[in-house]
Design a protein around this ligand. Structure first.
Ligand SMILES: C[S@@+](CC[C@H](N)C(=O)[O-])C[C@H]1O[C@@H](n2cnc3c(N)ncnc32)[C@H](O)[C@@H]1O
Length: 277
């Protein structure tokens, strides 16, 4: 009787993720980050502003430094700095995002410090603060102070890239669930919003097919800032040219960010702000 051969290429099935086996940083990266698309966007807006390709990047609030790691892989010239206040998340990023990529990973320097402290080293081409992390600053004075430091961290023709979200649905309590490839569900929980202070508390939960959950894997206590406030504070901090990139894609499946001065109101939106030094 012929023996059935097992193809050497046959993949062994990974055990399904559960709350006990999952790593919250890996889940976060897979749920909310798209560094390739973000770097395409940064390259495009920097080229539009400066007529050349950017080389050096500083990722403020870098967390696991996924963006910095992706940045240096794009070209052997590229360098990156990542800044985060949390030692453990930087250690995770070094182990999972920088060490595995070898030489490019050695072109990333991570610093454990507050983003309001002066940035180490020479001014960079691009400074980014993404996924609304800078909304931890609660007052105009704090935000202006952070933007002034951001401007000082840039080289002579540097560009600061931030994101923001809004729309009437972004101020109401709600749970938004999205299935993520790999067998888990990402849950964005808009827990509370105070219309007097604009203090917003949001959580990220993860749910698994076996019914287990990672509740409040991440919690964000932000001031909910508006685009005019952000723009005015960037200008007060000395940025000469502040552009809003609005998603002009006709459908929900794609994104096409273009500079816009006015936009039609929408239930929920995400925009980029590009401030030129
Ligand atoms: C939502 S994560 C951002 C991760 C990633 N950059 C992204 O775009 O998804 C926010 C990070 O900001 C860090 N953080 C909070 N306050 C900070 C501060 N004052 N200075 C530096 N890092 C800070 C936290 O430790 C956390 O890793």
């Amino acid at each position: 009787m012929a023996t059935r051969k097992t193809s050497p290429k046959r993949r062994t099935r990974r055990p399904a993720l559960t709350a006990a086996t999952a790593d919250k940083h890996a889940l976060y990266e897979r749920s909310v980050q798209d560094p390739e698309a973000e770097i395409d966007f940064i390259d495009r807006v920097f080229r539009a502003a400066r007529g050349r390709a950017p080389v050096s990047l500083c990722e403020d609030f870098c967390g696991t430094a996924l963006l910095a790691a992706t940045w240096v892989k794009r070209s052997p010239e590229r360098t990156a700095i990542g800044i985060d206040i949390d030692k453990s998340v930087l250690a995770w990023g070094t182990e999972h995002n920088l060490a595995p990529i070898g030489e490019p990973g050695r072109r990333v320097q991570l610093f454990r410090r507050d983003v309001r402290e002066p940035m180490p080293g020479r001014g960079v081409d691009v400074l980014v603060a993404l996924n609304f992390s800078y909304w931890i600053f609660q007052t105009r004075a704090e935000m202006r102070g952070y933007f002034e430091r951001a401007r000082r961290a840039l080289g002579r023709d540097g560009v600061f890239v931030l994101d923001a979200y809004g729309g009437w649905e972004s101020q109401e309590p709600m749970l938004e669930e999205r299935a993520v490839r790999g067998g888990f569900t990402y849950v964005w929980d808009q827990d509370s919003f105070d219309p007097i202070t604009h203090r917003a508390v949001n959580h990220i939960h993860f749910r698994f097919k076996d019914g287990t959950k990672l509740e409040r894997a991440f919690t964000y206590e932000w001031r909910f800032w508006t685009l005019p406030e952000i723009r005015e504070l960037l200008e007060e901090a000395g940025f000469g040219d502040v552009r809003v990139y609005w998603d002009t894609s006709p459908d929900d499946k794609h994104e096409l960010y273009r500079v816009r001065r006015r936009a039609e109101n929408q239930p929920g939106w995400l925009a980029y702000i590009v401030a030129v030094r």
